[in-house]
Design a protein around this ligand. Structure first.
Ligand code: FAD
Length: 287
């Protein structure tokens, strides 16, 4: 199928882009970033925007830089940029390990980190990373700039705190301390498919026990999120299989799988248990 009719806008600056969005947002206006989710949806007429504001020519949005203890990722930074560590230490390694699970290489050369966050697919790897690490999203509109914490940004399946006239100009991830362990595990049927279930685990060790654990799960609920019960099962315990199993059990109990087939909920809990345990085992071996 072919997309419906739309007007195409190509701003050159962020100011022009947000001014255009202010004009068209109320008339089915949408941002076009990598187009790897929006264009297929338009081709299938699942999305019928009347206006596209293409941000690919906007100056400065390809910025990827460390800044005040954070990695700032501009709106036009493509997935493929992360295939080699973009920053020294655990964060660069974590992102390089996760990115190869996103789609296929041609898609990774166009699709953007921020586009994935704005699209908020429940099985998006970058949404899991952002939710687990506590990313900050910087949104701009003609009304000004605001920063939204990951815990408030993801609101449900394909739903975020962004207003229709807001441009996500950058996402900011905390630079992880050098002694941070991290592990990611994704279960899907074919390489390149969206995850059925995925888990990300991050922690540090002090005096032989786990501190600052973060455990996130994606693909199961409306959006990826941290699982507090799993983190509580790890805090202060030795990084060994007993603690990992306790955290995995806690995660399997805590998640509320959403699925078109309710009978799959038990299956998703089981895969969550395995995914969390494997992410923790990978984290243990990561340094
Ligand atoms: C075959 C295939 C397999 C895929 N597999 C995976 C996968 O395994 N994991 C995964 O995470 N993704 C996967 N994707 C999706 C891909 O990663 C997309 O690139 C990504 O979801 C969206 O990024 P984009 O830059 O292409 O955004 P677009 O498609 O341009 O936009 C997506 C949505 O976000 C909005 N948007 C984009 N950028 C902004 C912004 N800066 N501010 C405000 N709104 C914005 C758009 O208006 C639109 O509503 C797959 C895609 C395909 C085609």
């Amino acid at each position: 199928m072919k997309p419906g009719q739309f007007a195409y806008h190509a701003p050159k600056t962020v100011e022009e882009a947000v001014a255009m969005l202010a004009t068209v947002a109320a008339h089915e206006g949408r941002v076009l970033a990598g187009g790897q989710s929006l264009v297929p949806a338009m081709a299938l007429r699942l999305a019928l925007p009347a206006h596209l504001v293409d941000i690919n020519g906007v100056a400065g949005l390809e910025r990827l830089a460390t800044d005040a203890g954070e990695l700032a990722i501009g709106a036009c930074v493509r997935h493929a940029r992360f295939e080699r560590p973009v920053v020294e230490g655990p964060l660069g390694r974590l992102l390089a390990g996760v990115v190869r699970h996103i789609a296929h290489y041609p898609i990774r050369t166009r699709g953007t980190f921020c586009g994935s966050l704005a699209n908020a697919d429940p099985a998006s790897e970058w949404c899991l990373v952002a939710a687990t690490l506590g990313a900050k999203m910087v949104a701009k509109s003609v009304r000004g700039t605001r920063t939204i914490a990951a815990a408030d940004f993801f609101q449900g399946m394909m739903a975020t705190a962004l207003e229709p006239d807001e441009l996500l100009v950058e996402a900011r991830l905390p630079i992880l301390p050098p002694d941070t362990h991290s592990g990611f595990y994704e279960f899907n049927r074919r390489a390149g498919d969206f995850a059925i279930v995925m888990a990300l685990a991050v922690y540090r060790i002090e005096h032989g026990v786990i501190v600052d654990p973060r455990v996130g799960v994606g693909g199961v609920e409306g959006h990826p999120r941290r699982i507090a019960a799993a983190e509580a099962a790890l805090e202060g315990r030795a990084p060994a299989i007993e603690a990992f199993r306790a955290a995995a059990d806690a995660a399997a109990k805590a998640v509320e799988p959403i699925d078109s087939k309710p009978e799959l909920a038990g299956y998703k809990r089981d895969v969550t248990r395995t995914a969390v345990r494997r992410a923790l085992e990978a984290a243990e071996k990561s340094l």
